[in-house]
Structures are given as C-alpha cells and as structure tokens.
Design a protein around this ligand. Sequence first.
Ligand code: PMP
Length: 287
Amino acid sequence: MARTVYLNGEYLLENEAKISIFDRGFLMADAVYEVTSVLDGKLIDFNGHTDRLRRSLDELDMKNPISYKELLEIHRELVLLNNINEGLVYLQISRGAPSDRDFVFPNPDETDPTVVLFTQNKPGLANSPAAKKGLKIVSIDDERWGRRDIKTVQLLYPSMGKMMAKKVGADDAWMVQDGHVTEGTSNNAYIIKKNKIITRGISNSILHGITRAAVLRFAKEGQMQVEERNFTIDEAYKADEAFITSASTFVMPVVEIDGNKIGHGKPGSNTSRLREIYLEESKKAAI
Ligand code: PMP
C-alpha cells in the first residue's frame, strides 16, 4: 500500500511527492534529519529529537521552517494515516532548492527549506530477535568529516561501513579513530567492564544520541556506574558486555567484535536489563 508522506505543507501519496533536482539535500547533502521511533502508536523521545533537530539547523545556519507544535502534529498525523503501531518516522529538512547549483548558500529569504517526513512500518521493532541473539561487530577506520555532532544526511561512509560489515558476515561496524572507538555506523557504542558502563563522551566526534542520553540517565537512576571516556578497541575485545543504542534499535547487545567473543558470547545481563528499562520507561513517557 502506498504510504502517505508529508512534503512542504502537504500530505501526499508517496509516488506523488516530488522535489526539485536543484534541492541542496540532493546535490550537496545540505540537509539534516531525525528518526523517531513509534511504539504502541506513540512517539518515543520526541522532545529530544526536536531539540537536536533545532541544534543541527542552528549549527548549519539553516532556517527553522517549522514549529515544535507543527512537527508534533505532522508526526502524529502520519502515524495515524499510515496506521503505524510500531515503526519509525523519518524527518528531513534541506536548505531547499535554489534556481541553480551553487556552493554558496542561497538567500534564506528567497529559498525555503524543503521539509519531508515519511513513516516506516516495522512490526516487531521492540521484540526484535536480534536483541536476544546479539550483534556481531567489526571495527573499521572512522573516515567521516569532523562535525559528526550535526545530524546531516551525509551517510555515504556509514553506509559503506555497513557494507564492509556485511561482506565479512557481521551485522554492523564500530568506527575507530586514533585507536579509540568513536561510535557505530548508525548508533552509539558502549562496553561494560566490572558492571561499569563505559562510552565515549559527547564532542564533535560523535552524534549526541537521544537514546544515549536517555539510557545513561536510566542507568544512573538505577544506581549503575557510568564512565564517559574514550575506550580502545582492545579494551572492547576484553569487555564483559557490549551494546549499542539508537532510536531504531533501542539498546541492542553486541556479542562479538572482530571475531572476539564478548563475555560468554551471549547478550549480557546488564545490557538486557538496560534494554528492558529503556523500553518500559520510554513507552511510559511516549506522546
Ligand atoms: N550515532 C550515529 C552516527 C547515528 O547515525 C545514530 C542514529 N541516528 C546514533 C548515533 C544514535 O542516535 P539516536 O539515539 O538519537 O538515534
């Protein structure tokens, strides 16, 4: 069934929604995005995603064309129109489509941003079999640009990273810079050693994950120890547990890194507990 999507103020069938070939999202990856998960038909961590969206737009001097209230309305409308119980809402805002290709930003008074939203139906998202089995990870060099804190649609390297993982029979890749793990291709990376959760601190080197912020908050509330610091890939090989977080995977165990079994090669108990707490608490707070 064709989805109903949102484009610049209109709800359209997916095959009727069209944007210009001069759109800067298309030509320059001059666009930012957010992905919000939907559980029980409700939006998870919505305020976190809209706050980060505003920050991404500000960092790129891009006009914010849409209010929080409108965004919430559009998200809810798309969830309803497409009958999403479990799934995702993808949102993208580009600097718009000037009349020609040019490296110089168009005058924001003359070129409006392009706003696109669509849903992805994912029944069973919260009950994913991967959460019981755990992921196999390979490490790759981090070859992305320096402003990974801005959530832009420049996703070619992360996409290549997923393909490198797939090629060797792994599920995903962790990226390594100067010997330290930055993050996963589309998620934040964690290890647990002696019941302490270790994850890289916030900087321009990683995306400030919305799920990360929530999980670390729940962990601290649950009296778990959290240490935000760089860790090496060798440290990860010897960890008791490892996991990733993202809006679409929540908390997902990692059971193997570069062929090294993590812990007993099964999802760790702290990780499973964190996943349960995250799902329970974020469903309670969903809007
Ligand atoms: N890091 C990167 C590089 C990502 O692409 C994502 C997912 N968009 C994350 C981390 C996780 O962020 P969030 O929890 O907000 O989905």
